[in-house]
Design a protein around this ligand. Structure first.
Ligand code: ZN
Length: 484
């Protein structure tokens, strides 16, 4: 300012009025620029700008959000949408149209070959009664990918592989193995309990066939006691027979176990009529908003569009899909111009093949697309708690520095952890993106997971909206501040 006024004195003879106005304007311009630059780099003011914008995101999501209605339409018009089904095709068309309707810059499909499996309508398990009278029925469903079969036999109850080893072939051959290990209720995080329990569903049929069993009954992966069987994928091995596999509800499992204690000679009869078909053509759907500064660098958020066939795939994973679309829509409708290109990705076939995720990563590598970060939303549409990070220590520290901005919304967890199945193939990319898993509250997720209860009605509107805003806030922070 002193320099400016000195110059001003020298130039007095030119005409004080004109020169003063000229310099006043220059100073004001510099001041404005310095405030702007200072605002961008000074930590306090930058945080103020971020916290203001994040609060607008949450207000928009809760006040004028579209995600709840979008999810309702997906659940009620596409419905259960296992890969290769007509319903999955409707979900592809619907999300494609939705992202166009929201004015994303580009929306496109990626062709994916997917496996196709269909359940028969009469999965049943009954006590084997005498004299042609049908015995008591249990609530069951075929596990995804199971072969069909009708069999009757004595039941051997086990908790896992160790029990099979102890019993040996002589006690298992020709029988039906009943895996009845419950999810461990003492574990606070239900995904942990699921992780330590799901081996019996995935490998149970192979283990039992190895010892000569004719079929398996698997206790549903459900922490609650109810009458709904939960399906899910199983894996067969070429080295042993493919035996039919059925899931029984948790109440049914408790009852069957009780009956077996009373009568170890108990025999059951079960029938599954599922079928596998040749692979069929399906699609991932990708919506994109072009970045202003780094259009060739991507930040991706997504969920899987396919869902098991018993419910409506509302939590798993219609919610994650529609939140991923909503996150980008919120940013766009608030007038945010991203520096990086943003993508919302609907992966196909997570449940029984992961073919969509593999195809997406393959094309990203082929097209030399640089991915800065990939966020997966596939843990239910419950109250957001935070994010798991798969990246470097620097990535983690950087993202943790954003916690004060997110804590007002109940988001307090940013820690190392698995991001999810659909983003995992991106690890193979030459330029590795930071992989991020969205963490909602986990307490109720497995009550609905892969069961007929996973319907739109089981989703809470505000929890779903809060999740969409949380994703949008994280995308905004990554876009604005980078990942390291
Ligand atoms: Zn899922």
């Amino acid at each position: 300012l002193r320099n400016e006024s000195a110059k001003l004195t020298k130039e007095n003879q030119v005409g004080v009025g004109t020169v003063f106005i000229f310099h006043f304007c220059r100073i004001m311009k510099r001041l404005l620029i310095s405030v702007f630059v200072w605002g961008s780099f000074h930590p306090l003011l930058a945080q103020d700008i971020d916290s203001l914008f994040i609060s607008r995101l949450f207000q928009a999501a809760l006040g004028e959000g579209k995600v709840y209605e979008d999810l309702r339409v997906l659940c009620k018009t596409a419905g259960p949408r296992i890969s290769g089904s007509a319903e999955a095709g409707r979900a592809v068309d619907y999300t494609h149209a939705k992202m166009n309707e929201y004015g994303f810059d580009t929306v496109f499909r990626q062709e994916v070959e997917v496996p196709r499996w269909e359940r028969g309508k009469e999965d049943s398990l009954r006590l084997d009664a005498d004299g042609g009278v049908p015995g008591q029925a249990f609530p069951v469903c075929a596990l995804g990918g199971s072969v069909a079969g009708e069999l009757r036999g004595k039941v051997v109850e086990v908790l896992g592989w160790n029990d099979l080893q102890k019993l040996g072939k002589e006690n298992i051959q020709g029988k039906i193995v009943f895996f009845n290990r419950p999810m461990d209720a003492r574990m606070v995080h239900t995904f942990g309990a699921y992780g330590t329990c799901v081996d019996q569903r995935v490998y149970g049929a192979v283990w039992a066939a190895y010892y000569g069993a004719g079929g398996v009954i698997i206790r549903s992966m459900n922490p609650a006691l109810d009458d709904y069987p939960h399906t899910g994928t199983l894996i067969y091995a070429d080295s042993v027979a493919r035996i039919p596999a059925v899931a029984i509800s948790t109440n049914g499992a408790e009852q069957l176990s009780r009956l077996l204690k009373e009568n170890p000679e108990l025999s059951v009869k079960y029938s599954l009529f599922c079928r596998s078909f040749p692979d069929t053509l399906s699609h991932n759907v990708v919506g994109e908003i072009k970045g202003g500064t780094f259009p060739e660098k991507y930040i991706v958020v997504g969920g899987h569009l396919d869902a098991w066939d018993l419910g409506e795939g509302a939590h798993d994973d219609g919610g994650g899909c529609m939140q991923s679309i909503e996150a980008l829509r919120l940013l766009k409708d608030l007038g945010y111009v991203p520096r990086h290109s943003l993508r919302s990705v609907m992966w196909m076939n997570e449940e029984n093949g992961l073919k969509g995720a593999l195809k997406y990563a393959e094309l990203a590598e082929e097209n030399k697309e640089y991915h800065v970060a990939a966020i997966e939303a596939d843990r239910g549409a419950f109250t957001p708690r935070g994010f798991f990070i798969e990246g470097s220590e620097d990535n983690l520290l950087k993202m943790r520095s954003w916690l004060p901005l997110l804590e007002p919304y109940g988001i307090h967890v940013i820690r190392p952890g698995g991001a999810g199945a659909d983003v995992s193939p991106l690890k193979k990319k030459e330029e590795k993106p930071v992989l991020i898993g969205f963490i909602p509250d986990s307490q109720r997720y497995f009550d609905y997971h892969h069961a007929a209860t996973d319907t739109f009605e089981s989703v809470n509107k505000r929890e779903l909206e809060m999740g969409a805003a949380a994703l949008a806030a994280l995308i905004y922070l990554i876009d604005r501040h980078g990942t390291e």
